[in-house]
Write a protein that binds this ligand. Sequence first.
Ligand code: FAD
Ligand code: DHB
Length: 390
Amino acid sequence: MRTQVAIVGAGPSGLLLSHLLAADGIESVVLETRSEEYVASRIRAGILEQSTVDLLRAAGLADRLDREADPHRGIHLQWPHERHHLDFVELAGRQVFVYGQTELQKDLVAAAHARGQDVVYEIDDTALHDLETDRPSVTFTDSGGTARRLEAEVVVGCDGSFGPSRTAVPADVRRTWERTYDYSWLGILADVAPSTDELIYAWHPDGFALHSMRSATVSRFYLQVPNDTPVEEWSEDRIWEGLATRLGHGQDGWELTTGPITDRSVLPMRSHVSQPMRHGRLFLAGDAAHIVPPTGAKGLNLAVADVALLAPALTALLRGDHARADAYSDTALRRVWRCTHFSWWMTTMLHTSPDPFDRQLQLSQLRWVTSSEAGATGLAENYAGLPIGF
Ligand code: FAD
Ligand code: DHB
């Protein structure tokens, strides 16, 4: 097989890249280990930044999003006996949108079908070759068991944190930074109307809790739990009691409504940055190059921001102009490090630490971002998203 751009991974970054390249007249083939249905049903991100939505609109991918997404002006930040709303529109002139990654993935899949995009699902044995030449290739075994080779002018690793692309950058060139955290999230999906108009991020001595949502009838919650917590340790009753306590059921008349839980899982968290994001004819985008802890909802938005830079850079490269492709890694990493800092900061401000000194610092920081316009604006600007190319 031959194409201009071989894309490894059909998650949001891979499919969005193929869409933007097609709009510029650049041909690509996308390779994916999982099935189309599996990728579209993974419950992950829920919040899109203003710049992500602007890009999806400009790319003609936002028809359903514009009908169904729930625009939010800001978030609630709380700790025992206090709840404060931060209005991002007033503070930073930008808003965010509740739209599940599952929905965005379905829109990207529908657009890929509509333009006849070549996506090869359920492959195995993905391996990248000749990345330092102008004729790189990807070999794999297709779902029928046949060994195949895809030759290309460029290979893009959009294969998430466990794919082979990141480690295809030679160890003597690659530099990585990593931070692990002492806690995980128990994520819960429930068939119940949200008990709040906008998301609630709650600091509590028992641990952090987040009340998010997916629609008018489906709520999403997260609870801070110790690493390696078996999911069976949390019965439905324990989950609802934990959420009620941490989210402040009864505080100033606020009530948490409960309902049937349809999904629950424990999610570890880490920060990871791998650079450079380009080596020879290999480019990395999204989780293949960087992971952030989920507090602050940056992962998916960062993947979209990478692809927004990469698509025009590759189009220019394939037409003989190397400047944007040469600048891609440094340009993308500026935003990556900003989001890495913001996600680390939100995470360490909100997740309860056993250290009493840390707790006082956290509460002081929460009081500052909810009472000082300067503090609130910094949070709003980062949460609602800096412009692409920041
Ligand atoms: P992925 O979505 O991981 O896609 C990579 C694809 O590559 C996968 O489909 C994988 O199967 C495929 N692949 C892997 N190996 C190979 C191989 N060898 N060959 C071919 N294909 C391969 N982000 C936010 O912005 N907001 C949020 O609210 C948010 N919440 C989250 C909540 C949870 C519970 C989780 C887990 C994540 C959350 N994130 C959030 C992060 C977000 O989901 C990711 O950042 C996003 O999925 C990254 O997209 P991607 O396309 O780069 O990678
Ligand atoms: C969701 C996840 C997040 O990490 C976050 O900060 C906000 C919302 C969610 O899945 O809805």
